[in-house]
Design a protein around this ligand. Structure first.
Ligand SMILES: [Cu+2]
Length: 425
């Protein structure tokens, strides 16, 4: 019907162009315009023809493609666990079941534990024989160097551990020095550093110094600038800390889509001892995502079926995240690190903050943005200075609201990427 109308309009216009325009050049131009119009109308009619088919798909939650929210979906009591159509969409709340729907999710194929996708393993973490860290253990603990002939020596060791992101949720993690995230490496500009990395993982790894201008051979890009560090092997990195004070981080550069979300990252802060601090205290915020299902931990990856259902700040989900304490008038520097694989718009209640550094580079005063939300993407760092203006409990949290749930459930007013700044009068 639409196509027929289009055809008759086009025919009339062509006829007009041929019969009413005498000048040959004009006639050619007019015919060209009509030709372009024919193409546009043909495309439009093709769209119109295809629409009814799309609309004929049923749109109920039960059968909606793309609504596989993983472990958040909760089958009804009558649901058949092996049928994707039986997961009736999302049901948030304390009743969400982490174990519910792995087998029923479309696009997921990791029941045997050894499947690979594009050469990368999606298998759950094998925690057999792995030690458990204390449930209240914290990551990002300062790593003290040993001074040897003027060189600051750091020791890092990777291993598989069991790690509590919440008192009742334990994940299988890949850890540096038995903690998630890895320990805080804090150095001064110009320091000579030597970092020995012992690999106790069942797979090769390497360490990349994200954002640092250092010799290429120390960059940690496995299979590019160095051979991967095989299980049981040690590799030593050595470099001069560049004159770029700021927020950096280190992370694995082997199977990054598996090893990094499982915990192989840590903060690296470069200080300038002569600089005036612009805040009275600071807090590092390392973002992470996990996929926990059937009591097993999978690396959260941004493709079908591997979406995360737990989110962590410095290795803990709210309410197990730390609380920052401050007094009215105090300025706090938050160092956001995009250590995970997903983007997070990080928001602070109680008034805006100033973005003072991006990716380890100071923002000149005249160019600083004042905002209350900053989008932290994978690999990015934002240093923001927030002023405690009013007493009370002010939230710092991601504004993708799913990221402030624990397996789809809100607990104590938040979850996942949530923490509290407690401001005293
Ligand atoms: Cu987020």
């Amino acid at each position: 019907m639409i196509r027929r109308s289009c055809e008759s309009i086009v025919c009339s216009m062509m006829l007009y162009a041929i019969t009413h325009v005498e000048d040959k050049r004009m006639r050619f131009q007019r015919l060209y315009k009509v030709f372009v119009l024919v193409l546009v109308l043909a495309a439009l009619s093709a769209c119109a023809a295809s629409q009814p088919a799309a609309q004929s798909q049923p749109t109920t939650d039960a059968s909606m493609p793309g609504m596989d929210h993983g472990a958040m979906s909760q089958p009804s009591p009558q649901a058949q666990p092996t049928s994707p159509a039986s997961t009736p969409g999302m049901q948030h709340g304390p009743t969400a079941q982490p174990e519910a729907t792995v087998a029923a999710m479309p696009g997921m194929d990791h029941d045997g534990g050894s499947q690979t996708e594009g050469g990368h393993t999606m298998a759950p973490v094998d925690v057999s024989g792995a030690p458990a860290a204390a449930p209240d253990a914290r990551g990002n603990q300062p790593l003290e160097p040993k001074l040897v002939d003027g060189v600051k020596e750091f020791e890092l060791a990777t291993s598989v551990i069991k790690w509590n992101i919440l008192p009742d949720v334990q994940v299988g993690a890949y850890a540096y020095n038995g903690q998630v995230p890895g320990p805080l490496i804090r150095v001064n500009v110009g320091d000579q550093v030597r970092v020995r990395v012992k690999n106790n993982l069942p797979e090769p790894t390497s360490v990349h110094w994200h954002g640092l201008s250092i010799p290429n051979a120390q960059d940690g890009a496995a299979d590019v600038t160095q051979p991967p560090i095989k299980p049981g092997e040690t590799f030593t990195y050595e470099y001069t800390v560049p004159n770029t004070p700021g927020t950096f981080f280190y992370h694995t550069h082997v199977q990054g889509d598996r090893q990094q979300p499982l915990g192989l990252y840590g903060a690296l802060i470069i200080d300038d001892p002569n600089a005036q601090p612009d805040a009275s205290q600071e807090y590092i915020v390392e973002l992470g995502e996990w996929r926990v299902a059937d009591g097993q931990t999978f690396p959260a990856m941004e493709f079908d079926g591997m979406l995360p259902n737990f989110f962590t700040i410095n290795g803990k989900s709210y309410p197990a995240t730390e609380t920052v304490k401050a007094k009215v008038g105090e300025r706090i520097r938050f160092r956001f690190i995009g250590s995970g694989q997903f983007i997070h718009p990080m928001h602070i209640h109680g008034g805006p903050f100033e973005i003072v550094a991006t990716d380890g580079n100071p923002v000149p005063e005249g160019a600083r943005l004042t905002k209350d939300t900053v989008l932290v993407g994978p690999g990015e760092r934002y240093d923001v200075v927030w002023t405690a203006r009013e007493p009370g409990k002010w939230l710092l949290h991601c504004h993708i609201n799913h990221h402030i749930t624990n397996n789809g459930a809100e607990v104590a007013g938040g979850g996942g990427l949530t923490m509290v700044i407690e401001v005293a009068p």
